[in-house]
Design a protein around this ligand. Sequence first.
Ligand code: NAP
Ligand code: ZN
Ligand code: ZN
Length: 353
Amino acid sequence: MTIAVQGYATHSPTDELAPFTFERRDPRPQDVVIDILYCGICHSDIHFARNEWGWTQYPFVPGHEIVGRVAAVGKEVSKYKAGDLVGVGCLVDSCRHCTSCSDGLEQYCENGFTGTYGGEDKIGGTPHKMTFGGYSDKITVDERFVLRIPNNLDLAAAAPLLCAGITTYSPLRHWKVGPGQKVGVIGLGGLGHMGVKFAHAMGAHVVMITTSPKKGEDARKLGADEVLLSKDAAAMEAAQNSFDFLLNTIPVGHDVDPYMALLKRDATMVIVGAVEPLTNVSGIPLIFQRRSMAGSLIGGLPETQEMLDFCGEHNITCDIETITIKDVNAAYDRTVKGDVKYRFVIDMASLKA
Ligand code: NAP
Ligand code: ZN
Ligand code: ZN
């Protein structure tokens, strides 16, 4: 027995997303079955759907910013019961015994984590060899990979916390961003707008670094103290050697040196966006001020729960545009053009319409 699921999938890099039915495994004793209420559209969904990273297998069902209500639980599940509001992010499985998994850093699992979509389904129980994501009405997930959503948060606006939220929260925490620091967030999109909110909530002086002059006013409303236009060479030069930390969310390969030059001695720029080769990465900005460039991948389960609880305490959610599933293809094009404030979220009730 499996669970029949309705969703949206694409079948090639150039096909549009369209209705698709598939199967989820029948719940094991440790599984939670979730009725999906909302799912955010991450830029990674688009990279994947269009095979921009070269490793997509089709059919492909995107979606890893999932919020829903527990429909049923297996008999060994202790943390959740039917009716609970829960989330699922980018991970649905990992080896659970390597050093990273033991440290609660499942995203760095040494034996390879299972992504919520496009991952090899090691648990099985369906005819599909791959995992299928949250653009669908139901998902079955091991309780270890399920998160609790604080009751006070708007559910649709909480969905993007599961990826955009944790991807920006984790490096800000790891590099100990806080009061007295000048922090730059590069790129005002889904990730960037959450980076600004979190850095502000953590007490830093926040600078939005953007290519888009018209986003300046919004950035201030989100919590930025200053706006720096990256295309303004004079302003970029004047800001050199002044930042304690940079969070770089640019979604494509780009010249790195102009950003590295903004850092103070010993400061770090963390790349979370670009997977492609970075260009103009010269040794000079690194060597002369002992600066660092680093990367960061989403966050592990314990830190994702910590981030959600932090959002509950500080009343932080995402700025979203809610859409119906039939508008998903148009939403992809608008996201690529930077025409969204600042995350699309699909109301999954529209799947039944
Ligand atoms: P998004 O909503 O499209 O935002 C990206 C922003 O970057 C844009 O709004 C734009 O902001 C800026 N930008 C776009 N193209 C640029 C260019 N060529 N040069 C400079 N700036 C540019 O994307 P997102 O959902 O935030 O995702 C950002 C990236 O992070 C994607 O590549 C995604 O796959 C990746 N990601 C990584 C992780 C991880 O774990 N590391 C997790 C989730 C997503 P301005 O208009 O302000 O310049
Ligand atoms: Zn994502
Ligand atoms: Zn592991």
